[in-house]
Structures are given as structure tokens and as C-alpha cells.
Design a protein around this ligand. Structure first.
Ligand SMILES: Cc1cc2nc3c(=O)[nH]c(=O)nc-3n(C[C@H](O)[C@H](O)[C@H](O)COP(=O)(O)OP(=O)(O)OC[C@H]3O[C@@H](n4cnc5c(N)ncnc54)[C@H](O)[C@@H]3O)c2cc1C
Length: 348
């Protein structure tokens, strides 16, 4: 017996499932989101940072020119729909490591590719107490953080109000394939899209080369002024009275609990940037759904075209998911190809 018909079932309501659901709803699709609620959801552990220029060498992040305009636009639009604030644009201050780095940036900043993301270079310390910035640094724009707890809970309430949310663990064994459609219990759907983050139990996508990475962050009270995210070796994100500091990367120990070595690692790196006293408020750890080539897995199953995946956003869920939700739905509607490097077909 079919009790309900929808266009798509989305499994998982982390940041990936949420953006996919929002994109589909905005295009008038009938959906149902099935989500298992757990404190281990990766998006609830994340620091929420979005940063256009990353890494030791400070290069523009993958697809920054396309991804960042969509990010700002979509989070602001959703804030208006939900009447909630979760997008916090804050410039990043990145103190220089060496005089060589400072020189390099004085010419690099003129390159057109960087103009969109660099506010200015400063050649003197900018006046933060206890911050080690003798050489000055670079100030980046179009960066900030998303309050993911507020984002996920207000979006879940929105889905509940629409009657399109079910809190349960998806049961793969209850899936039936009936004449080019899917039946899941009493629900009929055109497709099921899995947005399960680091849960790798899915029997339909178990061959995908995920490369999960555990990470720790800690929240500290340190009395530092809150005008910038400060980033060198670690990031310090000001969040109204406290700072989130992170993070670590561990492929071996995939525990959801913060480990003493991980926390000492953050403290050691923090001490090179910030030399003042602080109090640790909270420590947490989570697993990033990263992949072998650091690019997401997006698309349909290579044989069963009624199943799809929207996962593998690794360290960059906040910035990549709004852009790729739109790209994926364009693909589902036959209007576009999935960005080649993110297309799951690359691994089959
Ligand atoms: C310590 C740490 C810091 C991070 N910091 C940042 C950061 O600053 N910026 C950034 O962009 N990213 C950051 N990340 C990465 C970010 O967390 C991920 O990219 C993002 O959260 C992935 O979202 P997701 O929706 O794919 O997965 P998740 O958030 O894990 O969501 C998956 C959801 O699906 C549910 N689910 C899974 N399987 C099933 C099933 N079978 N049935 C029903 N429900 C199911 C889960 O319970 C969960 O609710 C960080 C990660 C960690 C661990």
C-alpha cells in the first residue's frame, strides 16, 4: 500500500541534506527528509568557518569564484525565510610567518584572482593583545562562520512545519525497486538521495573511496577583541564572548570523543599565535566525510538510477553545499552536468 508519494526522499539532515532539501523545495518538488538525530552529526561538531584563501601556502580555495557568491546569497535568503540569523561575515586576519611571505603578498595582492578576497595588507601589528604579529599580516574578506546549531535546528523546524521531516534511521532493507521508482515502507518516490555524512553503512555506495578524518575543536574564553577571525597555524573564531579554536586531522583514530593528543596539539599551535591566558569552555570531536581526492561524491548510482548521493564535503561543508545543491538539482532536472571533479561517476 502506498500512503504517500513524493519526488525525492533525502536521507540525512546535516548541512548537505539541508541545502539539498532547500534547493528542491524552492523548485517546487515534493520531498521527504528522513534523518537520524544524533549529537555525532558532523555539522554539529564543525567550527562553521568559511574561508576563501586557505592552506600553508595561502591559495584560493577550489572554485572560490563560483562558490562564495552563491554562499552569501543562499544563506542570507534562508535567514529571511526562517527569520533566524546564522551567517556571520567576519574578516580573517592572517599574520605573516616570515618576511619572505610578506614580500610575496605585496605583489600577489595585485593579481586579479585575489582582489575579490583580500581587504588589505598591514605591515605593522594591528594591536591585538597577546597576538604574535610582529610583521603585520593580510586581511581577507568574504569570510566568516555559520552558526550550524542554529542553522540545523531552525531548518529542521521549518521541515517539520511543512510536514516533510521524519526522525528515524533509514532502513536499507525496507527499500523496494518497483518499475523505475522506489518504495520505502509506504512511501513511493522517484529517487532516494543519500546525504549521510560520515556514516558509511550504506550498502549501495559502500565501494566509494571515502577517507574519513577525525578532528577536534575547543571553545575558549580568552578576552580577545572580536573584530577578526585570526588564523595562523590554528583559527580563532570569535563567537560572542568566546572563541572556537581548531582544528586537528586524524585518519586513524575515528572516535567521536576528543582525544588528549588532539587537544594538546591545538594548544601547542595556539601558543605560537596567542600568548595570553584562557579558560577552556568545551572540547569536541567529530568525523569529516572526506574522500580520496578531497572532492565530493555527487550524482546517481552507476547502475541503479533511482539512488543518488550528495556527500563527501570533507573540510568544506559550509561553503560547498549551497553551490553543489544547485548544481545537482540542475543535473536532476536535465539542465546541467555535475561539475566533473565532483561527479561520483569518476570513481566507477
Ligand atoms: C572538528 C571539525 C571541524 C570542522 N570545521 C569545519 C569548518 O569550520 N567549516 C566547514 O566548512 N566544515 C567543517 N567541518 C566539516 C563539516 O563538519 C562537514 O563538511 C559537514 O558537516 C558535512 O555535512 P553532512 O551533511 O555531509 O554530514 P553530517 O553533518 O554528518 O550529516 C549527516 C546526517 O545524516 C544522518 N544520517 C546518516 N545516516 C543516516 C541514515 N541511514 N538514516 C537516517 N539518517 C542518517 C546523520 O545522523 C546526520 O544527521 C568540520 C568537521 C569537524 C569534525
Amino acid at each position: 500500500m502506498v500512503g504517500r508519494k513524493v519526488d525525492l526522499i533525502i536521507v540525512g539532515q546535516g548541512i548537505a541534506g539541508s541545502w539539498l532539501a532547500d534547493e528542491l523545495l524552492s523548485r517546487g518538488k515534493e520531498i521527504l527528509v528522513i534523518n537520524y538525530e544524533t549529537k555525532n552529526t558532523s555539522s554539529l561538531k564543525a567550527a562553521g568557518l568559511f574561508n576563501p584563501i586557505t592552506g600553508k601556502k595561502m591559495t584560493k580555495t577550489w572554485l572560490a569564484d563560483q562558490v562564495f557568491p552563491v554562499l552569501e546569497n543562499r544563506y542570507q535568503k534562508l535567514e529571511r525565510t526562517l527569520n533566524k540569523k546564522f551567517l556571520n561575515p567576519i574578516p580573517i586576519y592572517r599574520p605573516f610567518n616570515t618576511a619572505g611571505e610578506k614580500n610575496e603578498w605585496s605583489t600577489k595582492v595585485e593579481e586579479t584572482g585575489y582582489l575579490n578576497f583580500v581587504e588589505k595588507l598591514v605591515s605593522q601589528p594591528i594591536g591585538y593583545q597577546h597576538i604574535q604579529d610582529e610583521l603585520g599580516g593580510i586581511i581577507l574578506k568574504r569570510s566568516g562562520y555559520v552558526d550550524l546549531k542554529s542553522f540545523l535546528s531552525s531548518f529542521r523546524d521549518y521541515l517539520i512545519d511543512k510536514g516533510v521531516y521524519k526522525s528515524e534511521m533509514f532502513d536499507y532493507k525496507a527499500l523496494e525497486f518497483v518499475s523505475e521508482k522506489i518504495k520505502y515502507k509506504d512511501i513511493e518516490a522517484e529517487k532516494v538521495i543519500f546525504c549521510e555524512g560520515p556514516n558509511l553503512d550504506n550498502p549501495f555506495f559502500k565501494e566509494l573511496p571515502f577517507k574519513l578524518v577525525r578532528g577536534e575543536v575547543m571553545d575558549i574564553e580568552c578576552g580577545l577583541a572580536e573584530d577578526h577571525i585570526i588564523n595562523r597555524g590554528v583559527f580563532m573564531i570569535p563567537k560572542n564572548g568566546y572563541h572556537t579554536i581548531g582544528s586537528t586531522y586524524d585518519h586513524k583514530n575515528l572516535s567521536f570523543e576528543p582525544q588528549p593528543e588532539g587537544i594538546s596539539n591545538i594548544k601547542r599551535r595556539l601558543s605560537k599565535l596567542f600568548t595570553g591566558p584562557y579558560r577552556i569552555k568545551e572540547k569536541r570531536a567529530g568525523i569529516r566525510p572526506a574522500t580520496f581526492d578531497r572532492k565530493p561524491f555527487i550524482g546517481l548510482h552507476h547502475e541503479i538510477k533511482t539512488l543518488g548521493i550528495f556527500n563527501g564535503f570533507g573540510t568544506k561543508g559550509v561553503s560547498l553545499t549551497p553551490f553543489f545543491a544547485s548544481n545537482f538539482v540542475d543535473f536532476l532536472e536535465g539542465k546541467a552536468k555535475i561539475e566533473t571533479e565532483a561527479d561520483v561517476q569518476r570513481v566507477y
